[in-house]
Design a protein around this ligand. Structure first.
Ligand code: PLP
Length: 404
């Protein structure tokens, strides 16, 4: 019989955070091993709970959420998102500028399907959140990675971006705060990035899902503010991280800038939104409550709060391991340590992660899974309680000691 193959479109698409490393972890679990999974930024399994008002609101609205909603999203959710940005100085944001999706993930795919033509080049940071690279590839585009500079706190290398722009470059992706590096960009950096887009007539895709997870004196600056009236900017965010409801699948994209030049693209985006009917309706009801209510996230990101303490502890313990350096995270939920090649000489970082998993029953994600070009990094999720983190990083240190 003829073999059923995957489509050619998928040939170069990768999403390693849930790739072969997870399959191997599941195989070990089936054998009866307990695996500590530090590969996904999913707060709920680590004892984080959503604000109660969100749960109550979703439950309250279940009976009336049985039908499809408007494809762009329910009115109250879109209004809440529009007002959220208005209150941040983006005064002209309108309810029509907001699309609600099943998480930022769905919206990234939808936007790229509507935007990218075969061979279009899209600038994406390295390292990146790998959905961006995968979704650009799947939509027929060419991801072009610009380097973020570890020696400069993982800031984007502006010269590298400029040098990679061609007549075929159409958009610049900015992930701020960054996954996997934890970097948060200064106002000057955001303005410099947007200015590149301005000069080269690129659209900005700003993934700001970690905008409320900031440590110490880090401040988040919206790319849309820098983009103003003359750069088309699509800002992505949602409830998964700051409100700890990854499973609800609630996110949005907000369109700002010269929308009049983007009418055709927006028609395309509407078509794609229509084709998938709507986002999960009960979760859409949570958006207004989340954005308007008490921001309990602010308790987690200050000294004494779990996000803060765990991030700082992970950063310290990783740096205590010989040959390991990790830039201090300014936000988000991750550390992205470097393993000095002179000490560890790793050739295949995915294999390294699998060996760590088999030996110590801890699952982290290899740096090349984030399109980092050298096999010398991995990403650790900083969500476990401090005791568990200490134990986990201790086991990683033991494993590394066998590799020096
Ligand atoms: N963007 C970034 C940078 C992320 O880290 C993630 C999830 O980890 C997403 C988007 C996807 O989020 P959502 O749960 O809203 O689909």
């Amino acid at each position: 019989m003829r073999k059923i193959r995957q489509s050619q479109k998928l040939r170069h698409v990768r999403y390693d955070v849930r790739g072969p490393i997870l399959v191997e972890a599941q195989r070990l679990e089936a054998e009866g091993h307990r695996i500590l999974k530090l590969n996904i930024g999913n707060p709920a399994p680590f004892g984080f709970e959503a604000p109660e008002a969100i749960l109550a609101d979703v439950m309250h609205h279940l009976p009336e959420s049985q039908g499809y909603s408007d494809s762009q999203g329910i009115y109250s959710a879109r209004t809440a998102v529009a007002q959220y940005y208005q209150a941040r100085g983006l005064r002209e944001t309108d309810v029509e500028d907001v699309f609600i999706g099943n998480g930022v993930s769905e919206l990234i795919s939808m936007v790229l399907q509507a935007f990218v033509d075969d061979g279009n080049e899209i600038l994406i940071p390295a390292p990146d959140y790998p959905l961006w690279t995968g979704a650009v590839t799947l939509s027929g585009g060419t991801p072009v990675h610009y380097r973020c500079d570890e020696d400069n706190g993982w800031m984007p290398d502006l010269e590298d971006i400029e040098s990679k722009i061609t007549s075929n470059t159409h958009a610049l992706v900015i992930i701020n705060p960054n996954n996997p590096t934890g970097a948060v960009y200064s106002r000057q950096m955001v303005e410099a990035l947007v200015d590149i887009a301005r000069r080269h007539q690129l659209v900005v895709f700003a993934d700001e899902i970690y905008e409320k997870i900031l440590f110490d004196d880090a401040v988040h600056h919206h790319a849309a503010t820098a983009a103003g009236h003359d750069v088309l900017c699509l800002t992505f965010s949602g409830l998964s991280k700051a409100y700890r409801v990854c499973g609800y699948r609630a996110g949005w994209v907000m369109i700002s800038g010269p929308k009049e030049i983007a009418e055709e693209f927006l028609e395309g985006l509407t078509l794609i939104a229509n084709m998938r009917m709507c986002a999960n309706v009960p979760a859409q009801h949570a958006i207004q409550t989340a954005l308007g209510g008490y921001q309990s996230i602010n308790e987690l990101i200050v000294p004494g709060g779990r996000f803060y303490e765990q991030s700082m502890l992970a950063h310290k313990l990783l740096n205590d391991i010989p040959g390991v350096t990790s830039v201090k995270p300014q936000g988000a939920l991750y550390c992205f340590p470097r393993l000095d090649p002179e000490v560890y000489a790793i050739e295949d970082d995915e294999q390294f992660v699998i060996e760590l998993l088999r030996s110590k029953k801890i699952l982290v994600t290899h740096g090349s899974g984030f399109n980092w070009p050298e096999p010398d990094h991995f990403r650790l999720v900083t969500l476990p309680d401090v005791d568990v983190l200490e134990e986990a990083i201790g086991r990683i240190a033991e494993f590394l000691a066998t590799r020096r």
